[in-house]
Design a protein around this ligand. Structure first.
Ligand SMILES: Nc1nc2c(ncn2[C@@H]2O[C@H](COP(=O)(O)OP(=O)(O)OP(=O)(O)O)[C@@H](O)[C@H]2O)c(=O)[nH]1
Ligand SMILES: [Mg+2]
Length: 463
């Protein structure tokens, strides 16, 4: 949401999650942050002082007061502009946790002249004041939402400017080319020398190639941000729920020797070698007569349709059933891991060599835990197989960047085509400007309020 108030206001919010924590941190930012803090804070002890008299990056012990009463015992940290996240005067008040107390301290601060911050408004100010660019602002959200170490480190790279630097290289190539093209438009009598002409098209091609390499990271970015869905399928009693529990490391689904135990789908996320994987346990697939089971089976087929990866669980202690053959064929072209379960019951009737089709086949025992690492490895390999590696690995674009890059790439391609075809330089310049505009949106060099609203609406309060 767009701040309905001015960007000049001094804003405050609780920056820690509301709940029964040991501490809560309240953040205050704006031109009046020190004055507002002065009004609620009474320093205690010789080394503490009022925020307005404090040096930057110092911590002060004292009390938050309201109506002459001590509200809480706190530590106040002072950051003087421009040496803060927002580049404004910033005060952080660490008070005791608990929903009630933190809210009381916030109320005191609001009563002293600050207004409640909108979601993402601190980060929005950091962007507006040139502290970070838009891609870095988005990385703050990614970092907060990261569910695995790998996702967090990718977000950290983006926050540190890895994506922004690549985007700047692309923009620089486009800008230099545009400057050349415009110079020739201004002097229409001079023909572009063949060597210069080649240089210009080469440079646009380089920018387009660079955009392609960034676009290729979109899939990886989606994996790390949203995770992948893996549906666990198979006949009743094959051990699907047991596999889910083993992969999660705790008993989430009910396991029983009665076929048809799981009737609804169960979802839960686990960290598989750095990839957030949403495992979906489903009802066993068979020709059921009971109406609830029929509905359960319909849901498991739907879960399979929505999943990026299928884990087909087969009870290897029994001969391969007709239905398993059917599934093996039906899902042959999907990214799939065939899990031969119950390996502890002996060599098994059904062994890896007998399973036709592509894709990994792993023997496991959910009873003993043997082979589970093989399942994790197979999932990992399916997700990352054939993906761009090397330096690009740390840069993973999101859906907004992807959209901007597609538009930028198209326009860049048109510009190169027009230049090669000897079309009017005005047309070339026009497409270069469109490309620049699109690529600039990624870092916020070219923005609109609407765009900022979309980006910052993802944020929670206090960020
Ligand atoms: N010996 C052995 N038994 C297993 C293994 N995995 C599962 N079981 C047993 O097989 C039975 C069925 O397991 P579940 O995990 O409930 O099977 P399911 O595929 O979820 O079954 P439905 O929900 O009914 O479709 C239970 O009695 C489990 O204890 C295994 O690796 N070895
Ligand atoms: Mg089950």
């Amino acid at each position: 949401m767009r701040p309905t108030h001015s960007d000049q206001d001094t804003i405050a919010a609780i920056a820690t999650p509301l709940g029964e924590g040991g501490l809560a941190v309240l953040r205050l930012s704006g031109a009046q942050a020190l004055a507002v803090a002065d009004r609620v804070f009474r320093p205690r002890g010789r080394t503490s002082s009022l925020p307005s008299r404090a040096a930057s990056h110092t911590v002060h012990y004292g009390h938050v007061m309201r109506d002459g009463e001590v509200l809480d015992e706190v530590l106040v940290t002072v950051f003087r502009a421009p040496r803060s996240f927002t580049r404004e005067h910033t005060v952080e008040i660490s008070c005791h946790g608990g929903v009630f107390l933190a809210r009381e301290v916030l109320a005191a601060v609001l009563g002293a002249g600050a207004r409640l911050a909108e979601p993402g408004e601190f980060t929005r100010r950091a962007f507006l004041n040139g502290r970070i660019d838009l891609a870095q602002a988005e990385a703050v959200v990614d970092l907060i939402h990261a569910r695995t170490g790998l996702a967090a480190s990718a977000a950290q790279e983006q926050l540190a400017g890895a994506l922004s630097r690549q985007v700047q290289v692309i923009r620089q190539d486009l800008l230099t080319t545009l400057a050349h093209v415009e110079a020739h438009i201004d002097f229409p009598d001079e023909d572009i020398a063949p060597a210069t002409h080649r240089q210009l098209t080469d440079r646009i091609d380089a920018a387009v190639g660079h955009m392609d390499r960034l676009l290729a990271t979109a899939g990886d970015g989606r994996v790390l941000r949203r995770g992948v869905r893996a549906a666990i399928l198979g006949r009743p009693n094959a051990g699907k729920s047991s596999l889910l529990n083993c992969l999660l490391g705790h008993d989430r689904a009910i396991v029983s020797p009665v076929p048809g135990t799981t009737r609804d789908t169960i979802e839960e996320t686990a960290n598989v070698r750095g990839i957030p994987v949403v495992f979906v346990d489903t009802a066993g697939l068979r020709d059921a007569s009971d109406a609830i089971e029929v509905e359960g089976i319909r849901r498991s087929r739907a879960a399979a349709a929505r999943a990026e990866i299928l884990l087909h669980v087969i009870d290897a202690s029994e001969p391969l059933a007709e239905l398993d053959r059917q599934f093996l064929e039906e899902f042959a072209n999907r990214p799939r891991v065939v899990v031969l379960n119950k390996a502890d019951l002996g060599p098994g009737v059904c062994v890896p060599g007998t399973i036709g089709g592509a894709g990994p086949v792993v023997s496991v025992s959910c009873a003993t835990g043997a082979g589970l690492d093989g399942v994790r490895q197979a999932i990992h390999d399916l997700v990352w197989s054939g993906k761009a590696g090397g330096e690009m690995n740390e840069v993973m674009i999101n859906a907004r960047h992807e959209d901007a890059l597609r538009r930028g790439r198209e326009a860049g391609d048109r510009a190169a085509g027009a230049l090669r075809a000897g079309m009017s330089l005005e047309l070339v310049a026009l497409d270069l400007r469109v490309a620049l505009q699109a690529v600039g949106e990624i870092v916020g060099a070219t923005t609109t309020d609407d765009l900022l609203d979309v980006v910052f609406s993802e944020f929670c309060l206090g960020k």
